[in-house]
Unconditional design. Structure first.
Lengths: 229, 115
C-alpha cells in the first residue's frame, strides 16, 4: 500500500456518473480530507443506462435528470467542490471528433494546472466510452513536454489488465474513508442498488468481496508502452 | 411507466400518425454483455431524433409487444416492449425490460425533438 501524497490539484476525467464512485471515491475522499482541490469532469449523464428499475422508476428521458442529481450528491459526499458536467452523450464519446476531445482535456489542464490526472486506462477499461475518454486524456497529456506533465493514474478492469500491465503500482488503503465510499455508491442508487445489496451482506459477514471497500488500485500510465495512436 | 395496455398504446400510435414526428428507437444488451459472458455476441443500436412521418402504426403481440410504423418509403420496427407512458410533454415513451429488469428495447415518439 502506498501513502497518498499531497497534490496541488487533482483532475478526474470519467465519462459516466458512478465511474468515480466505483473506482476512486475512497482515494478522492482522502485527497478532499487533506484539502486537495479536486475537479471532476464527468463527460456524460449516463443517459443510456439500462437500469431503470422494474417496474421502471424513470424513463429514457428522465434518467439523465435522476443521474445528474445522483452525481451532485456523490460529489458532495466525496468532497469534490468543482464538478463539471461536460454535456456529451452516453455511448457516443468514441464517435466525437478526436481533436475536439483532446481540446476538451487540454483546456482543463491549461485552466487547472493539475499535478495529477485520474482517468481510465485506454485498452483495459471495457466500455467504449471509458476507452475513448482514456485515449483523449493520453493524447492531451502526451502533447505536454515530459518534464511538465502531470502524473497520470488510470483505473482498469478488463480481464487481461493485470496480465498485460502487471500489478497496479498505486494501491490506496481506503479503510479510513470506507463509509464515504459506501455513501458515494449509495448516492448513485439507481445504478448501484443491485451491487449494494450484496455488498452490505458481505460486510456483515466479513467477506473478502469487500476488497473494493478496503483498497483502490490504479496504474501509473506506462508511457514506455503507450498503445494509443 | 406502466405495463403496456395494447388498446391505449394503439390509440396513442394513431394520434401521432400522418404527422412529422421525432423518434428514439433503441435495442441494447449493455456495454458489458461480452465482458461478463465471453461467448456472447453483443448487438444493439439506437437512433435518436430521426424525423419521420408514418402513415399508420400497429402494436402487436400479447407481451412483450412489437410495434411497426409504416413510412411511405419504409418501416420502423421494434420488438420486446413491455412498458409505456405518455409523459408530461405529450410524448409516447415505450420501453422493454428483460428478465433482469434492465432495458432491452425502447421506442419513443414526439412532436418535438428529444434533448
Amino acid at each position: 500500500m502506498n501513502k497518498i501524497e499531497k497534490e496541488r490539484h487533482v483532475l478526474v476525467i470519467y465519462p459516466h456518473p458512478d465511474d468515480e464512485a466505483l473506482g476512486v471515491s475512497g482515494t478522492l475522499a482522502i485527497y478532499a480530507k487533506n484539502n486537495v482541490p479536486i475537479t471532476y469532469a464527468c463527460l456524460t449523464l449516463g443517459e443510456m443506462g439500462r437500469n431503470l428499475g422494474n417496474p421502471p422508476f424513470a424513463t429514457r428521458e428522465t434518467l439523465p435528470k435522476v443521474r445528474k442529481k445522483e452525481l451532485e450528491k456523490a460529489a458532495e459526499v466525496i468532497g469534490i467542490q468543482d464538478l463539471r458536467m461536460m454535456g456529451l452523450r452516453d455511448k457516443t464519446v468514441e464517435f466525437e471528433d478526436d481533436e475536439k476531445m483532446v481540446k476538451l482535456v487540454t483546456d482543463l489542464i491549461e485552466e487547472l494546472n493539475p499535478s495529477l490526472i485520474i482517468t481510465f486506462y485506454p485498452g483495459y477499461s471495457v466500455h467504449p466510452d471509458h476507452e475513448a475518454t482514456g485515449r483523449a486524456v493520453v493524447r492531451a497529456v502526451r502533447r505536454i513536454p515530459v518534464e511538465k506533465r502531470p502524473k497520470l493514474y488510470c483505473t482498469a478492469f478488463s480481464k487481461d489488465c493485470e496480465r498485460n500491465l502487471g500489478e497496479p503500482d498505486i494501491v490506496n488503503d481506503i479503510r479510513e474513508v470506507q463509509d464515504i465510499k459506501i455513501a458515494a455508491l449509495k448516492a448513485h442508487i439507481s445504478q448501484t442498488a443491485w451491487m449494494l445489496k450484496g455488498l452490505e451482506e458481505s460486510i456483515a459477514q466479513n467477506n473478502p468481496i469487500s476488497e473494493r471497500l478496503t483498497t483502490e488500485r490504479l496504474w501509473s500510465y506506462q508511457w514506455d508502452r503507450d498503445e494509443v495512436d | 411507466m406502466e405495463p403496456i395496455l395494447a388498446d391505449k398504446v394503439q390509440e396513442y400510435i394513431n394520434q401521432f400518425a400522418g404527422k412529422d414526428v421525432y423518434i428514439h428507437v433503441e435495442t441494447t444488451n449493455g456495454a458489458y454483455a461480452s465482458h461478463f459472458n465471453e461467448g456472447f455476441f453483443s448487438a444493439g443500436c439506437f437512433i435518436r431524433n430521426a424525423k419521420v412521418n408514418y402513415e399508420h402504426g400497429k402494436i402487436a403481440g400479447t407481451g412483450p409487444y412489437r410495434i411497426g410504423l409504416k413510412l411511405d418509403l419504409g418501416w420502423i420496427y421494434v420488438e420486446g416492449l413491455t412498458h409505456f407512458e405518455l409523459d408530461d410533454q405529450g410524448r409516447l415513451l415505450l420501453s422493454g425490460h428483460g428478465h433482469d429488469g434492465k432495458l432491452a428495447a425502447a421506442l419513443e415518439i414526439s412532436h418535438t425533438p428529444f434533448n
